[in-house]
Write a protein that binds this ligand. Structure first.
Ligand SMILES: [Zn+2]
Length: 341
């Protein structure tokens, strides 16, 4: 093997926004009546992650995703820009893999310009600069695949002008010729995707978007980087809603299963499953068995400072164990380096 190559050929980076340990537990109890059965809970390497941002013990999604994408701590609200610092662009995992000739993709259940995907594919001093974030995707980093909710700075005209094929619902997503197409912008509805618990109508599930993304990205023999976000676990946490929290987490776990089934038997792929922070201060009080929501308590309508889980499988995954910081992912993924304690 070439000693200078330390990155996996393919990286699938899965983020459950707001998915703390107790969210995982609650979803497992509802679906299986016990903990440990969700797809990623069987991964061979597991640990926990500290999440503070540069200016607060309590991170937001922008600072946390920037830390994961670039290895640098920034202030809350900042999208892969050196703040504090000189305000320059911070080099992201997506850009690093793109520079290696690989294809890249961003998939989320939030609108696609939301903070977590933005930190991988754009650079802005403020997460609210949505048209600028869309512009960063379409004209700077140009991921081959952008699938998520629409609106919020993203438009079909802008995407088409930049050479993207736009799809707006599940049927259009399914009808793509994934062997041939590159540059796809999925703009599903005009905001976040609906909650799983409420039904998605003619819009695609996260697992369907991920399957299509993989089918497109795998056409590049050099490999790919794909970030997949279960973005609405966080929203259900903010509203202390256990039903929607469980359903979002289960769809996220199903999506990871799609990635696992794709990567199974390959030695060249890394799958990381983690969160950006915990939301709601959820505590599971009682397991009520399969098909019943557990009895829980919530501590807040905001984020918490608690450590979040990480699960890893495949190439470079053995570096994931014990307690690491969210800035450690970049070196694990790119340089095959263990977190520095
Ligand atoms: Zn949040």
């Amino acid at each position: 093997m070439n000693k200078t190559v330390t990155s996996p050929t393919n990286v699938i980076f899965c983020i459950g926004d707001g998915m703390g340990f107790e969210k995982v537990k609650a979803a497992g109890m509802y679906a299986y009546g016990e903990v440990g059965q969700l797809s990623f809970e069987g991964f061979p390497y597991q640990g926990e992650v500290t999440t503070h941002s540069a200016d607060s013990p309590m991170t937001d999604s922008a600072a946390a995703a920037t830390a994961m994408a670039t290895g640098a701590k920034v202030n809350n609200g900042v999208i892969s820009t050196a703040l504090p610092g000189n305000g320059g662009e911070l080099y992201t995992l997506l850009e690093c893999f793109k520079d290696q000739g690989k294809s890249t993709g961003l998939v989320s259940t939030t609108f696609i310009t939301h903070a977590t995907p933005a930190a991988f594919g754009a650079h802005e001093p403020q997460r609210g600069n949505l048209p600028e974030i869309a512009e960063g995707y379409l004209n700077q980093t140009r991921p081959e695949v952008l699938l998520g909710g629409g609106g919020n700075g993203m438009t079909d005209t802008a995407a088409e002008t930049a050479g993207y094929t736009v799809v707006a619902d599940r049927d259009q997503l399914r009808s793509l010729n994934t062997d041939k197409i590159s540059l796809v912008s999925g703009q599903f509805g005009d905001t976040n995707l609906p909650y799983e618990f409420d039904g998605l109508g003619d819009l695609p599930h996260l697992s369907e978007m991920a399957a299509t993304a993989l089918a497109i990205l795998m056409n590049n023999p050099t490999g790919f980087f794909l970030m997949i976000e279960g973005g609405r676990i966080d929203h259900a946490g903010h509203s202390n809603d256990i039903e929607r929290n469980v359903f979002e987490t289960l769809e996220f776990a199903k999506t990871v299963k799609v990635a696992m089934d794709w990567a199974k038997g390959r030695g060249d792929t890394l799958i990381i499953v983690t969160a950006d922070h915990e939301t709601g201060g959820l505590k599971v009080l009682e397991n009520n068995g399969v098909g019943n929501f557990p009895t829980v308590s919530w501590a807040t309508g905001g984020h918490t400072t608690t450590n979040i889980p990480v699960y890893a499988w495949g190439r470079n995954a053995a570096h994931i164990s014990g307690v690491m910081d969210n800035t450690d992912f970049f070196n694990v993924v790119v340089h095959n380096q263990s977190p520095t304690k």
